[in-house]
Structure formats: structure tokens, C-alpha cells
Design a protein around this ligand. Structure first.
Ligand code: NAD
Length: 355
């Protein structure tokens, strides 16, 4: 029987964090403290399924607030920190990098210091078992130009955007807190996630919702940028596996073995929508007619692809979904849950948060 632990999940109201919270509550016996500032990307309706569990508790707090973080560590005495809170959208980081530096670098530093003060006060066995798991991205490695190269855990860092540079900085801080202070840390770097509860500014939900509304499907540049797609629930299982079984000081790359060009993703979505949502908006013959090529993102990385063999070999994790099964589930979820995304699109969710 698994011994139950208390997990302190930052960013648990976000896309990946909410999948981690739902997985921990539904599939394990662990307790969850969800610590989230509820920025535009945080949405508590993404955890509505599990909110009544007595193993779940929400704390509305900013990871940059050192006093709040110290209080929360003292109050909840976590065994494991899974740190996902971040500003996560590359385009927003290009238009305004300040929040990315603040939350991703200063916030990670603030959280590390609160964790270290708490960890230093623990008895020896609890201290040894404590884990600080930083959830990061494969974008820290920059991009690949060959067709068969893969990112491994030893690929040098070469971030291109303010977002990926801020995540690279936070990865370095986390590793330094192990090397310098001995606090037990692990890091994971993963590829592009997709799935239910994804904020509609990201490629896959944007394309689904624009297509359903008969709006243009904007594709950057020539659409030939390659991304390695990972179904978010596969990612959540991988993360909990690393947080509970990963070796201290190790890095694990997590990928879905699904390299696709952006334009292929958009075409596949259009094909799925033809089947699952055949009643198109007036004047639209085929969803693909809505595709529009737009000016490329500055500094746009060409190709990301992950070698995820270490996590498979050492921890036995493999993704359960193929791109085809995961994408079908995703499109169906958006078709069956309009209330979740309509509240975001019409602004009523933001107004409810301010109330
Ligand atoms: N989405 C991806 O494809 C992807 C890929 C690789 C790595 N990651 C990493 O995974 C993590 C989660 O990504 P996501 O896509 O779920 O992001 P998201 O933008 O959907 O969610 C981020 C969450 O963090 C919260 N948050 C932001 N600033 C905060 C602060 N200062 N204090 C407390 N909470 C704050 C937000 O309210 C939100 O709930 C991030 O660290 C991201 O860098 C994401």
C-alpha cells in the first residue's frame, strides 16, 4: 500500500497543473495543496471534478510572495513540491517579457528559498525523502535543424525566446539549490502538451475553436515548424512518477514520440472536425478553407524533438495515447464542454474572478 504524501502543487489551476491535481486526487491516495495566483491562465473550473475531495485544498497565493510561501509551507508541511506555476505563452513573452522574469525566475527563487527554510527544519528522514520537482520545457534546448537529431538530458541549453530563457534560468536555480544547499530536487523537460482544459490561446484549442466559429486558422510562416506532441494526461502520469520515484539530482525528458509539422496538426484537426462537427458555420465548405498563413513569430524555433528513453528505461513510463487517439479525445472534449471555453472567450470567467 502506497504511503500517502502531501503534495504542494504550484500552478494547479493551469492546463498541466490541473491535470496533475486531477490525477493525484482520482488515481492516488495523496493529498494536494493547489497553490495558484489565478492569473488569466488559471481556471478553477478545470479542477471542478475533484474539488469536493477532502484530500484537496486550494490556496490563492503568488509564488513571488515570500511571506505567503513561508506560511503555506509551515501550515501544510508538504512532502513533495511540484512546481508548475509559470507564465507559459511564448507570444506573450515576446510582447512583454517582464511577467516571465518575475514569475518564472524571481518566483522560482522565492519558492526555492521558502522550501529550503522549511526543508532545513525537518527531521532527518523527512528531509531525505523531501522532493522539489521543477516542471520545465524542452524549449530550453533551443531548436534542432537536422531531421533525426533529438534533445537528450545532456543537450546544452540554448533558449531562443524570453519564455524559454526564463525557464532555463529557473532550471539552473533549482539545480543550484541541490548542489549548494543539498535540497533534494529533480527536473523534467517536456515537449508541447495538448488535451482537455487547454487555454484557447495555444495552437490546438485556438484552431478547434476558430474553426467551429468559422474564423481564420492562422498558421505561422510556412507551417513547417516541427513539434513533438504529448497528451496532457500522459504528462501528468509521468510527472507524478518522477516526483515519487525519480532519482535526486536527475533530469528526465518527457515526450510523446509524436513529431508533427504545425500544418499537419492543423490539417488533422480539420479532418477530425469534418467527422465530429459536420455542421459548419454558414458559407464554409471545408474547414481547411479557413487556413491562413501569417507572418512568422520572431526567433521561431524550427524543430523540437525529444528522446524520452531515459524515463522509460529508468521509471517505466510510456505514453498511453498516440497523437491520433489523443487528438480525437481533445476535439471531442472541446465539443462536449462548450461551457468551459465559452466562459473564457466571452470574458465572464475573468469577471467572476474579480468579483
Ligand atoms: N503547455 C506546455 O506545452 C508546456 C510544455 C513544457 C513545459 N511546460 C511548463 O509546465 C508548466 C505548466 O504549464 P501550463 O501550460 O499548464 O501553464 P498555464 O499557463 O496553463 O498555467 C500556469 C498556472 O500558473 C499560475 N500562475 C502564474 N503565475 C503565478 C504566480 N506568480 N504564482 C502562483 N501561480 C501562478 C496561473 O494562474 C496558472 O494557473 C509551466 O511551468 C510551463 O513552463 C508547459
Amino acid at each position: 500500500m502506497e504511503i500517502s504524501k502531501t503534495f504542494f502543487v504550484t500552478g494547479g489551476a493551469g492546463f498541466i497543473g490541473s491535470a496533475v491535481v486531477r490525477h493525484l486526487i482520482k488515481d492516488t491516495t495523496h493529498k494536494v495543496i493547489n497553490v495558484d495566483k489565478l492569473t488569466y491562465a488559471g481556471n478553477l473550473s478545470s479542477v471542478a471534478d475533484i474539488v469536493d475531495s477532502d484530500r484537496y485544498h486550494f490556496e490563492h497565493a503568488d509564488i513571488c510572495d515570500s511571506i505567503a510561501m513561508a506560511d503555506l509551507f509551515k501550515k501544510h508541511q508538504p512532502d513533495v513540491v511540484m512546481h508548475l506555476a509559470a507564465e507559459s505563452h511564448v507570444d506573450r513573452s515576446i510582447n512583454g517579457p517582464g511577467d516571465f522574469i518575475q514569475t518564472n525566475i524571481v518566483g522560482t527563487y522565492t519558492l526555492l528559498e521558502a522550501a529550503r527554510t522549511y526543508w532545513s527544519s525537518l527531521a532527518t528522514d523527512k528531509k531525505t525523502e523531501f522532493r522539489f520537482h521543477h516542471i520545465s520545457t524542452d524549449e530550453v534546448y533551443g531548436d534542432l535543424h537536422g531531421t533525426d537529431e533529438l534533445f537528450t538530458e545532456t543537450t546544452p541549453y540554448a533558449p531562443s525566446s524570453p519564455y524559454s530563457a526564463s525557464k532555463a534560468g529557473s532550471d539552473h536555480l533549482v539545480r543550484a539549490w541541490l548542489r549548494t544547499y543539498g535540497m533534494p530536487t529533480v527536473v523534467t523537460n517536456c515537449s508541447n502538451n495538448y488535451g482537455p482544459y487547454h487555454f484557447p490561446e495555444k495552437l490546438i484549442p485556438l484552431m478547434i475553436l476558430n474553426a467551429l466559429a468559422g474564423k481564420p486558422l492562422p498558421v505561422y510562416g510556412d507551417g513547417k515548424q516541427v513539434r513533438d506532441w504529448l497528451f496532457v494526461e500522459d504528462h501528468a502520469r509521468a510527472l507524478v512518477c518522477v516526483a515519487t520515484q525519480g532519482e535526486v539530482g536527475e533530469t528526465y525528458n518527457i515526450g510523446g514520440h509524436n513529431e508533427k509539422k504545425n500544418i499537419e496538426v492543423v490539417n488533422t484537426l480539420c479532418t477530425l472536425l469534418e467527422e465530429l462537427a459536420p455542421n459548419k458555420p454558414p458559407g464554409i465548405n471545408q474547414y481547411t478553407d479557413l487556413i491562413r498563413y501569417v507572418t512568422d513569430r520572431p526567433g521561431h524555433d524550427l524543430r523540437y524533438a525529444i528522446d524520452a528513453s531515459k524515463i522509460q528505461r529508468e521509471l517505466g513510463w510510456v505514453p498511453e495515447e498516440t497523437f491520433e487517439t489523443g487528438l480525437r479525445k481533445t476535439v471531442k472534449w472541446y465539443l462536449e464542454n462548450p461551457s468551459w471555453w465559452q466562459a473564457i472567450l466571452d470574458g465572464s470567467y475573468q469577471q467572476a474572478k474579480k468579483a
